[in-house]
Ligand binder design. Structure first.
Ligand SMILES: *[C@@H]1O[C@H](CO)[C@@H](O)[C@H](O)[C@H]1NC(C)=O
Ligand SMILES: *[C@@H]1O[C@H](CO)[C@@H](O)[C@H](O)[C@H]1NC(C)=O
Ligand SMILES: *[C@@H]1O[C@H](CO)[C@@H](O)[C@H](O)[C@H]1NC(C)=O
Ligand SMILES: *[C@@H]1O[C@H](CO)[C@@H](O)[C@H](O)[C@H]1NC(C)=O
Length: 349
């Protein structure tokens, strides 16, 4: 559901992590109760629990009978605060790369290849998550209509404002519509940086008038890049930590957001009303298909290691290609057939 800052606790626990470091491979046994305690709930404000549920020994990902996004998906970005055209272009190009008009023009490993893992999830009728993801109308909220400090509920009000705006309101699309609230570097959001880098949920009819799946993702560049723009930035308080390399689009905050956007989209598609695909017995703390693979971007990833990444001529780290020659780094997704995390840049698949 959310993207907690699990990695830093893992780094701090490095000596332990070498013993129990989470690996997505089925043969690896690790002991979750050991680290997480507290019934698998975070013992600090860093959400350490989810990582350790990743061993296939402990993952009981289940389908809870709710809807999955099997019809064409349309994403409606809401740019809240101060966004430059070049920042918007990076995120838009990523979204457009999920189902490109001309897939053959994008070299492997591709963003579309990454989405194929998400497409493995099905609903009660056996229909898969949609292959088609379209970028729909966008809305700018340049004047911070709900202030520079948002709660989870005021994010719903931002969406309500966007669909009821006097000029060019966003369409209300309960059939495959996903609303993405993207906040600029100067906007504080409840739990941002401490516990989450993004989250998804659905809107309440009492606030927005409709039940619409949505996600929020913040640009962490000014507040906590070491937490939310990992691995392009690492926190100063972690001794010896090194960043993975330069961000592929030259913007630490936005390149870091791409992976969080990817995380939330994968979960929205497979669990839009939070009653479909998740692991764990407590529906208020679901462990979803991207939570299981946080911090893993390539083969061998786990613990404090990103896994094998690609590096371009300029030294930028990435793992997928998109349209217009863009490159991105996105975390892997739990593969329900293989029973471990997978991505299109895997070396052994
Ligand atoms: C995990 O740790 C708990 C408590 O330390 C222990 O009871 C359990 O047997 C361990 N499980 C594995 C698979 O090692
Ligand atoms: C944690 O796990 C290790 C390895 O399985 C075991 O040796 C140790 O006793 C465990 N610690 C606790 C507190 O259960
Ligand atoms: C869904 O998208 C595809 C393109 O991938 C298009 O051919 C099809 O007409 C769309 N379906 C609907 C119902 O809009
Ligand atoms: C649909 O999901 C099933 C079950 O995971 C999988 O076997 C199949 O390959 C998927 N189809 C597509 C088009 O992804």
């Amino acid at each position: 559901m959310s993207s907690p800052a699990v990695l830093w606790l893992l780094l701090l626990l490095a000596p332990v992590a070498t013993v129990v470091a989470w690996r997505p491979w089925p043969h690896t046994v690790l002991n979750a109760t050991n680290i997480t305690g507290n019934g698998g709930r975070p013992t600090t404000d860093i959400g350490v629990s989810k990582k350790y549920e990743g061993s296939s020994e402990f993952v009981h990902l289940m389908y809870h009978m709710g809807p999955v996004l099997t019809t064409n998906i349309t994403i409606y970005p809401i740019w809240y605060g101060a966004w430059t055209q070049s920042q918007k272009q990076i995120l838009r190009t990523f979204l457009r790369s999920i189902s490109p008009a001309n897939p053959a023009a994008v070299p492997s490993p591709s963003v579309a290849g990454w989405w194929r893992t998400v497409q493995l999830y099905t609903d009660q009728t056996g229909a898969n998550v949609s292959r088609t993801v379209i970028v729909g109308a966008e809305k700018n909220d340049r004047r911070y209509s709900r202030g520079k400090s948002l709660t989870r509920l005021s994010i719903q009000s931002v969406i309500g404002d966007a669909i009821t705006a006097r000029t060019r309101p966003l369409p209300v699309n309960p059939r495959g519509g996903l609303y993405l609230v993207l906040t600029s570097t100067d906007v504080a959001v409840q739990d941002f940086c401490g516990q989450v880098c993004g989250f998804h949920y659905f809107t309440f009819p009492s606030i927005v008038g409709y039940t619409l799946p949505y996600a929020w993702i913040g640009n962490s560049a000014a507040k906590c890049p070491g937490v939310c723009a990992y691995p392009f930035a690492v926190p100063a308080y972690v001794p010896g930590a090194r960043s993975a390399g330069r961000p592929p689009n030259g913007d630490v905050g936005v390149d870091g957001m791409v992976s969080v956007v990817a995380h939330e989209l994968a979960e929205l598609a497979s669990n839009p009303l939070v009653n479909a695909w998740y692991a764990g017995s407590d529906p208020s703390f679901p462990t979803e298909i991207a939570d299981l693979c946080e911090g893993i971007y390539g083969t061998g990833g786990g613990g404090a290691y990103t896994g094998q990444l690609l590096v371009d001529n300029s030294g930028a780290a990435y793992n997928v290609n998109g349209v217009s020659g863009r490159k991105f780094l996105v975390q892997w997704i739990w593969n329900p057939i293989l029973n471990y995390c997978s991505g299109p840049n895997a070396l052994d698949q």
